[in-house]
Ligand binder design. Structure first.
Ligand SMILES: Nc1ncnc2c1ncn2[C@@H]1O[C@H](COP(=O)(O)OP(=O)(O)OP(=O)(O)O)[C@@H](O)[C@H]1O
Length: 258
């Protein structure tokens, strides 16, 4: 098995609460993996730990065999772990194309003088970035919206723009936090096909959090289930659906909130 990402015994403690407790995962290159669990189970915290957006209390993370525990979030993105957010984070007053361009520039380190003097190499590079960003918008079905301000995009398209921004950084591993949230059934079915297409086209590995069970069960080859910060199950869609611990975790929460 060609393991792209491995986490061993990750824990995040907030005062008296263990948001994530001893979480481990091994994700193979090319896989589409799902992470589910009731509200507050620790899913987003897990993504925050994997991308160094929060510091783990203990545990280790390895990416392509190298230890990345404690590496800064911007460096994690440059190494090839990029993500989207549950609460969409776009530059709302910039256009769709500008949003992607900003993300595409993360990997480039311009020499200040070459930018100031608009040197030929900078202009060449800039054209390359624009071309690549336009290509990405084409792939995501957003090309006709390229000059529209992000705030004026319909919600489902804002979610797609977030994915385009993450792709612009050039990830190997793409983490999607509730990519289908707020989408109608036909949009989420279309998104499923798009995610498979992106995985193949860009040779990605995808790890996603999603509350839409149909989406997760149809798309993910393997699924993990968190409950109160602890991993309670891991397996195929059929294994997860029939797992009594998973069923009682979801039913238990439903009873609590009734
Ligand atoms: N910065 C923080 N300080 C204190 N507690 C936090 C913090 N971030 C998260 N938590 C707590 O950690 C637990 C896990 O939260 P998390 O957001 O990871 O869950 P989740 O599974 O993503 O939930 P949801 O499905 O509702 O998005 C929750 O009890 C939450 O209140």
């Amino acid at each position: 098995m060609d393991v792209l990402l491995e986490a061993i015994e990750l824990t995040k403690q907030y005062k008296g609460l263990k948001a994530v407790a001893g979480y481990s995962v091994k994700i193979s290159r090319g896989e589409i993996r799902g992470l589910i669990g009731p509200n507050g189970a620790g899913k987003t915290t897990t993504f925050n730990l994997l991308t160094s957006m929060v510091k783990s209390t203990s545990g280790n993370i390895y990416f392509e065999g190298k230890k990345i525990t404690g590496v800064r979030a911007d460096q994690i993105a440059r190494l090839g772990i990029c993500r989207t957010f549950q609460n969409i984070r776009l530059f709302k007053n910039l256009t769709v194309l500008e949003n992607v361009l900003i993300a595409a520039q993360i990997k480039k380190k311009y020499n200040f003088m070459s930018v100031l003097l608009s040197s030929p190499s900078f202009l060449r590079e800039e054209k390359h970035l624009v071309d690549r960003s336009l290509e990405l918008l084409e792939t995501m079905g957003l090309i006709n919206a390229k000059d529209i301000k992000a705030r004026n995009l319909p919600y489902g398209q804002q979610r797609k723009l977030e994915i385009a921004r993450a792709l612009a950084v050039g990830p190997k591993l793409l983490l999607l936090d509730e990519p289908a949230a707020g989408m109608n059934p036909s949009e989420s079915t279309e998104l499923m096909g798009l995610i498979r297409y992106l995985r193949d086209k860009f040779k990605l590995t995808i790890f996603l959090i999603e509350h839409d069970m149909k989406f997760v069960m149809n798309l993910c080859e393997k699924i993990q289930v968190l409950n109160y910060g602890t991993l309670i199950a891991e397996g195929s869609a059929a294994e997860i659906q029939n797992n009594p611990d998973v069923i009682s975790a979801y039913l238990g929460r439903a009873v609590e909130s009734a």
